[in-house]
Design a protein around this ligand. Sequence first.
Ligand code: TXA
Ligand code: MG
Length: 330
Amino acid sequence: METKILKDDSAILMGAELIQQGEVVAFPTETVYGLGANAFNPDAVNKIFIAKGRPNDNPLIVHLSDISQILNVADSVPPLAYELFNAFSPGPLTIVLPKNLAIPYTVTANLDTVGVRIPSHIVAQKFIKACGVPVAAPSANTSTRISPTDATAVFEDLNTKIPLIIDGGQCEVGIESTVITLAEKIPTILRPGIITQSMISNIIGQVKTHKGEIIGMAQAPGMKYKHYSPICEMFIIKNTDEIIEKFKWLLKNGKTNPVIFCRNSNEIYYKGLNCIALGDTDIEIAHNVFHTMRLAEKRYDAIISEDFNNEGIGGSVMNRLYKSAGIKRI
Ligand code: TXA
Ligand code: MG
């Protein structure tokens, strides 16, 4: 099928019509692009899994345009959830709640819970409103690939597989939403994002972050899969001297064109070597990381990234980069 990339209100209207007809449509959010379908229609939702090649035991997030529709998708909403929605929504936060009967198990991968998010991107807002139904949407990349932060990245992965990409420019946040579950005794962050543990704790008190260990069934089923993989090899190294050593070692061992990802202030250490500075702050690095990875994987044959920071937003970026590098963390 032909995949159109269109922008403006006409694209939003066309997208909403496609959703009502049971099709899938890619759309921008403030975090990354999503691949949406009518969350009430299991056949439509199934098309998301097919287009992405996504394992069907990995649940989807349901997107609303505002909090007033929450009971259309969730069975009950604890007071803590309202406190979090009030503080951070619309915005890059997903809350896992008990699911309503109207949400099919195709969306939740047979779980009795559903992840709910109210995106703030103006195009996402208009699109979901125009659809008139909650929109189930994972990130709009092929399964295992890097999450897309512009329409070109979506096209790269899903051309011929979906009818429409609504182009809303480059995503501001650049990494996916924070996912938190309130189904545990202590609220638990299942995926870190730019809404950090300390920001959440300021609102609701005690909260912990799931460390990613898989005991029996993973709590965020997405945690057990390969993620964010560039087509070239990728390494994470802490120390600038060791990064330079690794760069030279790679050149002697089969690579012809590696590149270093660094913080702006460290660029001076890598003079004469291929190097891309991702930003001064953790927020800037989050904004640039996936976008730059997609550019770099095509121009270079290995990526060596600095270990940016394990706290707060830097920690959320590293959560993605460790997965991109697989076990190649030094
Ligand atoms: O920013 C985002 O969250 C983007 C945009 C499009 O909204 N979406 C996104 O979706 O990143 P996806 O499918 O790539 O990641 C959703 C994550 C997965 O790790 C999934 O396992 C987890 O959320 N998740 C969804 N529903 C869940 C549930 N009921 N219980 C536990 N984890 C859930
Ligand atoms: Mg994803």
